[in-house]
Design a protein around this ligand. Structure first.
Ligand code: ACO
Length: 372
């Protein structure tokens, strides 16, 4: 037996809580330029992609690097065992829990060898909207609707959700939301998907873990809270008083501020345009625009040291409400959109894989003997 070492653990190395500012990888997928309010997917500006692209074309761009504006991706059927699982869930289950469960069950019905492929990415991205739509119908006591292969992904999702084909403007508006939600650098859920992929686990496991990560309120977004706050404001003439009262109480204005963006979030700009062009826009859109003007002015006055601008969630709210989604479906719909990014990151991770396994500083007791 050798003597127990008595040396103290080495001095802790620098640690950044939340890994803020730590570079944990390299990507050629999305570029988030917070300083200048730019978001690029493989070099293309988000505003141009929203104007000229579709979600399937953008997903394909992320997966393959090729731009084909006519690329199509219909939704895919829900396999029978997954439907059985969805039917067994309580009706009041959270849509994020239902989606995560469906993706996990789907993985059990597929052959998904490592490394992940573009075909696997397409398959899971095409399956997930059908699963969420099926759950939404089942909890309302309605039967799921089979995919219509003649419809593209977002149109197909709305059709399977409502049982009727959406009008072109509605489908286009939600498609724009899907495009801006598709990819956003090393956010928590994307990083999770890469960690899972780095272990050589399969793409369904990576996406299920990513959904679980996005479920947390710090990540999953605030558009339903934007709707609540606008309801509290009520009318434009109350906006200034309401904003000041809210900030004086120390509460946050939902849909403002961002960890990375110091300039106006380019996704918010794109979605504002979409919301303004919608035929079925909610009647409170004008109120949202008026409140935004006041909020930006008062935030600049109260926080001159920190640029607090509108973020994507602010104008996601009227778009999602306008296409007829209930607020409790907002986070899961965001997850559907992010499937393109998660799976593209899984492909990128696998193409040059190294197990992601960081170090940790040990701060517990020094080596000691068990009590007698
Ligand atoms: N309203 C009022 N004050 C704000 C807001 C806001 N929306 N955002 C930040 N601040 C203030 C904070 O009070 C803080 O000042 P203080 O230290 O004097 O209290 C300062 O700005 C810095 O705030 P942090 O929380 O450190 O900034 P961080 O970059 O970590 O936060 C976050 C980003 C979480 C998005 C924050 O701006 C926020 O809570 N916004 C409201 C919620 C929201 O809109 N979430 C959606 C984000 S977009 C997305 O997730 C896809």
């Amino acid at each position: 037996m050798t003597d127990a070492p008595t040396a103290a653990p080495p001095a802790p190395r620098p640690y950044s809580p939340g890994l803020e500012g730590v570079v944990a990888g390299e990507t050629s997928l999305g570029y988030v330029d917070g300083e200048h309010g730019r978001l690029l997917y493989r070099g293309y500006r988000i505003g141009d992609l929203v104007e000229h692209g579709s979600y399937p074309a953008v997903a394909n761009l992320l997966w393959t690097g090729d731009w084909d504006a006519r690329h199509r991706l219909p939704t895919a059927p829900v396999p029978a065992p997954v439907l059985t699982v969805l039917r067994a869930l309580p009706r009041d289950a959270k849509p994020m829990d239902a989606l995560r469960t469906a993706v996990s069950a789907w993985g059990a019905t597929q052959q998904l060898p490592w490394p992940p492929t573009v075909e696997q990415a397409r398959a899971i991205t095409a399956f997930a909207p059908s699963a969420l739509a099926a759950f939404a119908r089942l909890r309302a006591g309605e039967e799921p609707v089979e995919p219509d292969p003649g419809l593209d992904l977002v149109e197909g999702f709305l059709y399977q959700l409502k049982g009727v084909r959406p009008d072109a403007g509605t489908a286009r508006a939600l498609d724009a939301y899907f495009i801006v939600g598709a990819e956003h650098g090393f956010n928590a859920s994307t990083f999770t998907a890469r960690v899972v992929t780095s272990t050589r686990s399969d793409i369904a496991s990576a996406v299920a873990a990513a959904i679980g990560t996005m479920k947390g309120p710090l990540h999953g977004g605030a558009p339903s809270e934007v709707v609540d706050q606008l309801a509290q404001v009520g009318s434009a003439d109350r906006a200034e008083a309401w904003v000041r009262e809210t900030l004086d109480k120390g509460d946050r204005l939902m849909g403002f501020g961002h960890r990375v963006y110091r300039a106006y979030d380019p996704r918010a700009a794109a979605l504002r345009k979409v919301a303004e062009g919608m035929e079925h826009r909610p009647d409170w859109l004008q109120l949202a625009i008026d409140v935004e003007d006041v909020a930006l002015r008062v935030l600049a006055e109260k926080h001159p040291e920190r640029a607090l601008k509108t973020n994507v969630e602010y104008y996601a709210a009227p778009v999602l409400m306008g296409v007829g989604l209930t607020p409790d479906l907002f986070p899961a719909t965001f997850s559907l959109a992010r499937h393109a990014g998660w799976t593209a990151h899984a492909l990128e991770q696998a193409a040059d894989n190294r197990l992601i396994r960081p170090d940790v500083n040990y701060v517990g007791p020094a080596e000691r003997d068990l009590p007698a």
